[in-house]
Design a protein around this ligand. Sequence first.
Ligand SMILES: [Zn+2]
Length: 580
Amino acid sequence: MALNTLFALLAVASSGGATIAVEDVAPHDKELSSAKYEGRLTLSRGGTLAGDYIAAQLKAMGVKPGGDDGTYFHHFPVTFGFKPGADNSLQLTTTDGRTAEAKIDRDFRPLVNSASGTTVKGPLVFMGYGLNDEAYDDYRGADLTGKVAVVLRGSPAGYRAVSNAEKAAIARAAGASGLLVVGKARPNDPELPQYTRGQGIGQLEGFVAAAVTSAWLKQATGFDADAARTAAHPEPRDLNATVSLRTQLEPNTGMGRNVIGYLPGNDPVLKNELIIVGAHYDHLGYGEVGSTSGSSLIHYGADDNASGTAGVLGIAKYFATKGGNRRTIVFQLYQGEELGLLGSQAWAKAFPEKLQRTSAMINLDMIGRLRDGRLEVYGTSTSPAWQEILKKVPMPGIKPQYAPQTRADSDHYSFAARNVPVLFFFTGMHPQYHNEGDVFELINTQGLAQVASIAANVVQEIDARPTKLPFDPQSIVGNRAGDRQGSPRDSARRVRIGFIPDMTGQTEGVVLMGASPGSPAERAGFKAGDVILEFAGKKLSSLEDLQEAMMAVKPGDKVKVRFRRDGKEQEVEIQTEQRG
Ligand SMILES: [Zn+2]
């Protein structure tokens, strides 16, 4: 007993700092970025496995379940991309009477803009790559009325990339009633394209389009598409078969899962206060969304954001082992971040009372690429206490880059926009951002452990304070730095309005989540749900438009703001302020 106490005292006295070992973070990153988890897309098999893995880790550490009904999972509805309905079929009959039936997702898959619930029948005709450019024309004026075109996926060597959607439009213009694309666009790609978030579900009215595998087509018709592809200029030909093709797609709807655990505080009063440590664990799957390379290979996301997830697990283990936290520490691993901060928004919207009791939210997103000790820390303007706290945190070998703005492109934004002080840790951009090259081999595991240690120390410093962190109503909440690469516009920003835009599901104008307390926007009566349609004479269709419009305005200017509330359009004049 005495010895333990002595060690505890020594541990506190010697460094004053938490240290998280590489062994407590790196294995989690390696596991979650392995092929088993298939890029951890929300609503996907790999995404679900990743959630299970994280929950099992928290349980093994003795972290208590903080999700729905005594589980580690907080569920929220997600609609993302498309899925096949019950009514998809592809049957083929050759002129000599043989028949074949294709199986969905194994042999064929509807293209996203194929007409839904429509059947087309017609003779199959091979049309090469299905292009009709002047320099490369497979159609040469051919009339395909009543026929179904078969075209090779991808483009001839050295030719521009042509999408399936464009090929469908070309075939349709030539009179065809349907299209089958066959084979791979690139050698390493899967043969059947994904059900992407691509727009225009069912857009091709009356026209049915699908992808088929070359193996199925060969077995059904004897036509070898892979062999045809080896020709310098594959020639169109009749395939001596008739198909019946029907497609039906519907929105892919399901429940996303945040993984949540907590360590209760031991102080009778302070335990009611929460310190949230969060990271998103979802990524881009097979590039179904947000890919910078357009590849259909697994997007492993070792940095984005297996690294932050590993960091949170390392911090959870540290506090679970050490004990003694006065406040309740909540560990949140979000899904749906890559689809627009869905998981963190859902949690923050569901638990306003918990947000009231939250001292701070620490977000780790992409912390696996520490280079030359450069660590970006965003959100320092959200509380006047951050400066003092960060000064106390040991950062050997680290060159912190402090930024007052929070940015709006990761989960801390869901909290900052609701007046919770936040810090966002980020080790910077790299060429593998959002593509298949973001692999574990490129992770700086030592750096990952260092950043996790810094975040753990921040948590400790928050917990050591006598009172809750104050939120600074003048703080710069939002994406002032543009995208993740930062923006030169940043330094030019000087006008304060106080709109808090909702970053999810923008359709027309800019939807507000609220107005900053004490801001011109609040004084003008703006509130959550208002849609800003026009600012200073500029029509808005995105947040970027609003930022642009604000650039043209000087502090003290009076500007007209047109907006819609409860279906009614209104206009108000608002006087801008100097940013504090
Ligand atoms: Zn990302």
